[in-house]
Design a protein around this ligand. Sequence first.
Ligand SMILES: Cc1cc2nc3c(=O)[nH]c(=O)nc-3n(C[C@H](O)[C@H](O)[C@H](O)COP(=O)(O)OP(=O)(O)OC[C@H]3O[C@@H](n4cnc5c(N)ncnc54)[C@H](O)[C@@H]3O)c2cc1C
Length: 440
Amino acid sequence: MKNSLNNVRVIGGGLAGVEAAFHLANQGILVDLYEMRPGRQTPAHKTAHLAELVCSNSFKGVDPSTAHGLLKKEMQELNSIIMNVAYSSRVPAGKALAVDRNEFAQQITKTITSHPNIRVIREEVTELSTNNPTVIATGPLTSDPLALTLSRISGGKHLFFYDAISPIIDAISINMQKAFFGSRWEPASTDYLNCPLEKDLYYAFVDELLSARQVYPHEFEEARYFEGCLPVEVIADRGKESLRFGAMRPIGLIDPATQKSPYAVLQLRKENLKGEAFNMVGFQTRLTYPEQKRIFGMIPGLEKASFFRHGSIHRNTFIDSPRLIEKDLSIRGHRNLVLAGQILGVEGYMESAAMGIIAAFSILAMLKQKPFFPPGPDTAIGALISYITDAQIKKFQPMNINFGIMLAPPAPKKEKRQRLLERERSSFQLWLNSLEQLRQ
Ligand SMILES: Cc1cc2nc3c(=O)[nH]c(=O)nc-3n(C[C@H](O)[C@H](O)[C@H](O)COP(=O)(O)OP(=O)(O)OC[C@H]3O[C@@H](n4cnc5c(N)ncnc54)[C@H](O)[C@@H]3O)c2cc1C
């Protein structure tokens, strides 16, 4: 089947593509939704269903006083199809929103294929045309020919195929009595926070790293690491001293508590200007989440660390969004081509789906020749967009939703969370009102 020239093309029938198609179609726009499965499968998908969940069946928590819950609340207020169907295919999972994956994907597929304004075309897309407004939502396993086309449009070096993520820690949870500021080359710098380890503790830490439980990669993800971002446990496996001469080298650092250079050091780098979140430098890892908490908790200062984001490494096609993407999610210089989902450098099912909704409204604004403004950085969805379009980020890595990336109003420590939640409500409501004008 060939697409009609007047229709909006949505490429990829995953979580983001389904949201984009659904919201455009509900605004009376005719959509051609291209999905290459089942004719061509990805290495992780197994079925022909739209919105197939490739791994966990959990969408995490719904409590609106958490960042994940807040994102879901915003999506519900936008009439998200992923959220609505998640509730109607829910299975018991404590505080988390988990689904029967087959029921979930079947319900979505039925709703989308029976929508009068959507035509589902089971074809792989390999080229992009700027004639049709297009949403590109082909996800972390975008097929190779399309990845090549995207790479060409994005100038060659701005498309990545793996991510190697270090954990990010809530600053409030770090014991500052044990850590000290200072960089290796500028002792007075406050850009880095150092957690010192004495000799016995360093070796105990390395032993635990080497025996820890890991998340094993899928066959298609098998150990093709870049030398520059090896998992910390792989480095430790090369020799007990290797971390001490690499990411944990203590050179140039004096611990003010002992006036001596520590035996080894973990460096934490500020994730944002306010220093509310810290990145564990060079600690990309495949350890399971509970093991990260347990083993990284051995490091002085991190005993009670609360993780905004855990470390991970996996196959992931994503674009260097801070250099390429506008706030309306279009590719710079190509207003007709809008990206959605994980390919933008957001991480996770819900984060990806949320970008699908925003992509739909961005296309709608373009068709109506109206300006489009995303929600503000003090909302969950807006914070994700702000993060992926932040030109200050030099080495871009995907991000899930967490309070560390949300713009918080100035407030005393104890009131901070409450003020952030209040401000999110008023900011998101304001944006919803502006959306009404776009819909008219
Ligand atoms: C192995 C693996 C495990 C994961 N586990 C989790 C997890 O447990 N929890 C979590 O939150 N996130 C997980 N993720 C991330 C997850 O993939 C995303 O959160 C989410 O599925 C991304 O949504 P998306 O719509 O961007 O992409 P997808 O949901 O992957 O959808 C993209 C769609 O595009 C189609 N497509 C690709 N190329 C083309 C083409 N050229 N033409 C036409 N169609 C095409 C694909 O077949 C697919 O249906 C995992 C990712 C991988 C790779």
